[in-house]
Ligand binder design. Structure first.
Ligand code: BG6
Ligand code: MG
Length: 218
């Protein structure tokens, strides 16, 4: 039975949440409001547009035009791009390359399944793009996580049945999307937050190649 592995990007492969946070904070401050790390937690796995909807709702801002909304989206992204401009391999989360390398050695197809529209350039910057057989990101899907669209499309592009796919995710919405796609969900992060995941690890240093081999073979 052919297996496929799907990785989320932000918070699984690289810790970009801190850069998203800085960019959202800058925008919120410009609008005269604070933006906390707790609010940023709720933005994990959530599309850029939906994040801005939530931010504006939280700060009670309702008097804006579509043009203004679009300008804020562009501004946030330009600031984010400035923060990630100099990212390099040093920002890859611990032991991610070890797992990618093991999967490659076992000839297992690998996909990216991310909500971000900046996924490909980030993988290029950190030097991991060559591991991925396909990239499905915010540019390819219309329905955001927790909808399973991103993972189902990734499975299709890998040529692997959805129920033979294994997903690594750090966001609640991402775990829900993987579960909705009938895939094996592996939470990376706090197990109390990711309590809907089938397996949970604080990070990839806790994942052995024996565990991965077992997922491949069973
Ligand atoms: C997700 C992040 O991967 O991508 C979210 O967890 C982010 O925080 C979303 O909002 C969209 O990212 P981008 O790069 O398209 O603004
Ligand atoms: Mg994530």
């Amino acid at each position: 039975m052919k297996k496929g592995f799907i990785f989320d990007l932000d918070g699984v492969i690289v810790d970009t949440a801190k850069y998203h946070y800085l960019a959202w904070k800058k925008l919120a401050n410009e609008l005269g409001f604070e933006f906390t790390t707790a609010q940023n937690e709720l933005f994990k796995g959530v599309s850029r547009k939906r994040c801005l909807d939530i931010l504006l709702n939280d700060i009670g801002k309702i008097d804006y035009t579509q043009e203004q909304f679009d300008t804020w989206m562009i501004e946030k992204n330009l600031d984010y791009l400035a923060f990630i401009k100099n990212m390099d391999a040093s920002e890859i989360l611990p032991d991610v390359p070890k797992i990618l390398e093991f999967l490659k050695e076992e000839s297992i197809p690998i996909a990216l399944g991310s909500a971000s529209k900046n996924a490909q350039p980030i993988l290029e910057k950190v030097g991991l793009l060559h591991y991925f057989d396909t990239i499905v990101d915010g540019n390819n899907v219309t329905k955001a996580k927790p909808d399973p669209e991103v993972f189902l499309l990734a499975a299709k592009q890998l040529g692997v049945n959805a129920d033979n796919c294994i997903v690594f995710e750090d966001a609640v919405a991402g775990i829900q999307a993987a579960n909705a796609a009938q895939m094996t969900s592996i939470g990376i992060g706090n197990k109390n937050v990711l309590n809907e995941s089938q397996f949970n690890f604080t990070d990839f240093t806790q994942i052995s190649t024996d565990f991965i081999k077992n997922l491949i073979e069973n």
